[in-house]
Structure formats: structure tokens, C-alpha cells
Ligand binder design. Structure first.
Ligand code: CO
Ligand code: ZN
Length: 341
């Protein structure tokens, strides 16, 4: 039975890695997987490619290393910083939060005086790093620098709470799957992608370069289990979610059915997911070249894109178990031509 590697999980959830600057995340994964890989390298955009060679089907796994961020656009005379979003940053979840820059500088997000909470927009927010002049701020920060939400990850027996769950948890599941898998003939490409949060950019070029027979993405998905929450048949603690559809993909029926089959055969709990908002790496992968049949294993998560993204430990462990089964085995059927069943 696989257990959570607390030290590694905490490290990968804490490391700084906004879209376009994923190198610190990549370095940790490289260190962890070097001895398990036949090939390990970064491509031109920064995707980390970890290959476990085989003579069988070429299968791509993708999880994104980047996290949403705030990018500094302007520094005023008093040393306050204005910013724009890199990925899905909302004003209400950003207000009063701590943020951290690549060089370790920490600030807080504050707001101009508002007449109504309805006026709360990103333009009304600023970052206070404790500088009292523009010059002082400029000694710490340059235009274009990015900061991410800063909050210590919490990991207990039941749950994980952290701002970078999306999608370091997907990376973690892929790492543990590679470490714990058995022998297979499959030619496996574990791709830790860049720039998902700004439009699935790393997955797009990686899929083109690798040209896999089929693919899986690993990412968080929303739930419908909170008070007056959006109607959605996914909840925390009920197992990994097998995606049917989101805004970026209609998952290939063969891959989806194979995922369900593997879960059933191995008595791993699972749930079916339709995400009405958002997409993930498989959205770019499945339309690469002449098409790549793709599925998605989603980790049910509450409060996505906030400082307190929450997932369930049992779902994480079951996701690792299911991933191992998916990659140790292989879809019997030919996926090169589309068949509905
Ligand atoms: Co996201
Ligand atoms: Zn994500």
C-alpha cells in the first residue's frame, strides 16, 4: 500500500513556480526521478520530459508544473505595486493574502477604499511589500516580476490544503506512479508541462514533439459538495474522477472506458466528472498532429485558484494506484482509428 511521502509532497507544494518560471519545480522532479528514468531533459519551452523506455505503445502522461501568479506592472511613488494576472487570479480570493516573489520578498494584497464590494476589481488592488518609496521598492522588485500566493501547505491524515494544489498534486501523483510501478513494455513519457494556466502551451508543443499513441492528463477538478455549491456529481473522498468532458475536451470513449475498467478491476473507487468551466492539458494534447486519443484523471478539489485549495488524502492515494494500473497495462484495441465502443 502506497503512503504519502510527506516531505516530498510538502516540498513540491511549497516551491515557487509561476507560469513561465517553472525551473525550481522541474529541478525537484528531476532530482526525484533521475534514477527511475531512461531519459530526462527539459525541452525548449521548459517542459520536463521523463522517459521510461519500452517497445510497446507510446503513452504520454501530462501534469502541469506552473501555478497562477500576479505580475508587477507598475510601481508608484510610495512603493506600492500594481499587477496583472497570469492565469485565473480573482480579486476576491487575492484580497488580504500574502504573496511571495522568486527572491523571497513577501508582500500583502490590499485594496483602495471602495464604496461597494461590487467595485472590487483587480485594478483596485495593490501589493504592499513594506517599501516607503519607489526607489526602495525597486531595490527588491522589477517590472515583470511575478509573485504567487504564500501560505504553508497543510498535510494531515485526511486532507491537504495549499495554494499550489493545482497542479503540483498532479505532478506528485505522476512521480509516485513512476516510482512505484511494476514492469511494462509500454514506452512511457511522463511530461511535467509548463504554462498550462495561460493556455495549455507547454502541453501543446510537448505532444507535437512526442506524438504519442494516446495520452492522459492529471489535474484538479471542482466539486459540488459544499453548501449551495454548483450542481456537480464530484465530491471529496469518493476517489479519483474520470473526466468525460470539460471546456477543452470530450474525452475519447475508449480511454475513458479503459480507465473505468481498470478502476473496477482493481477495486479502486472512482467517480465520473463533467467540468463546466475550465480545461486542462489534454485539451491541447488531443488535437495535436492528426489527433491523440486522450483521457484525464482528475483530483477532486475544493476552492481551486485560492490560497486554500483542498484535496483528500485518500483520493490522492487512490489516484496513484489507478495511474499505476493505467500505465502498467495497455488498451487492447487499436486507438489509431476512432471506434465508439
Ligand atoms: Co488552474
Ligand atoms: Zn490545473
Amino acid at each position: 500500500m502506497i503512503k504519502i511521502n510527506n516531505a516530498l509532497l510538502k516540498e513540491i507544494l511549497s516551491v515557487y513556480g509561476p507560469s513561465g518560471l517553472e525551473n525550481k519545480v522541474s529541478d525537484i522532479i528531476k532530482r526525484e526521478l533521475e534514477e527511475y528514468a531512461d531519459e530526462i531533459y527539459n525541452d525548449a519551452l521548459g517542459n520536463l520530459i521523463v522517459r521510461k523506455k519500452g517497445i510497446g505503445k507510446k503513452i504520454m502522461l501530462a501534469g502541469h508544473m506552473d501555478q497562477i501568479a500576479l505580475m508587477i506592472t507598475f510601481i508608484d511613488d510610495k512603493g506600492f505595486l500594481r499587477f496583472t494576472n497570469v492565469g485565473g487570479i480573482s480579486p476576491s480570493t487575492s484580497l488580504s493574502q500574502r504573496v511571495i516573489f522568486n527572491n523571497g520578498v513577501i508582500g500583502v494584497v490590499a485594496c483602495e477604499k471602495l464604496d461597494s464590494i461590487k467595485d472590487l476589481k483587480l485594478e483596485k488592488l495593490f501589493i504592499d511589500i513594506g517599501a516607503s518609496t519607489k526607489e526602495e521598492a525597486e531595490e527588491m522588485i522589477t517590472i515583470g516580476d511575478m509573485c504567487v500566493y504564500y501560505s504553508e501547505p497543510i498535510i494531515d491524515d485526511k486532507k491537504v490544503i495549499t495554494p499550489a494544489l493545482d497542479d503540483r498534486i498532479g505532478c506528485y501523483i505522476m512521480i509516485e506512479a513512476l516510482k512505484n510501478m511494476g514492469k511494462t513494455e509500454n514506452d512511457l513519457y511522463f511530461i511535467f508541462t509548463v504554462q498550462e494556466e495561460v493556455g495549455l502551451r507547454g502541453a501543446k508543443t510537448a505532444a507535437y514533439g512526442i506524438d504519442p499513441d494516446y495520452a492522459y492528463a492529471f489535474d484538479v477538478t471542482g466539486t459540488g459538495d459544499t453548501p449551495k455549491g454548483h450542481k456537480m456529481a464530484v465530491k471529496l473522498g469518493a476517489g479519483p474522477a474520470i473526466k468525460i468532458k470539460d471546456r477543452s475536451i470530450l474525452c475519447h470513449p475508449k480511454i475513458k472506458n479503459y480507465m473505468i475498467e481498470q478502476a473496477k478491476e482493481n477495486s479502486i473507487p472512482y467517480q465520473l466528472e463533467i467540468l463546466e468551466f475550465g480545461g486542462t492539458d489534454s485539451g491541447a494534447i488531443h488535437v495535436s498532429k492528426s489527433g491523440v486519443p486522450s483521457g484525464v484523471l482528475s483530483i477532486p478539489s475544493r476552492y481551486i485558484h485560492s490560497t486554500c485549495e483542498m484535496a483528500c488524502v485518500s483520493d490522492i492515494l487512490n489516484s496513484i494506484e489507478l495511474t499505476i494500473k493505467l500505465i502498467e497495462n495497455n488498451i487492447d484495441a487499436d486507438t489509431s482509428a476512432y471506434k465508439f465502443s
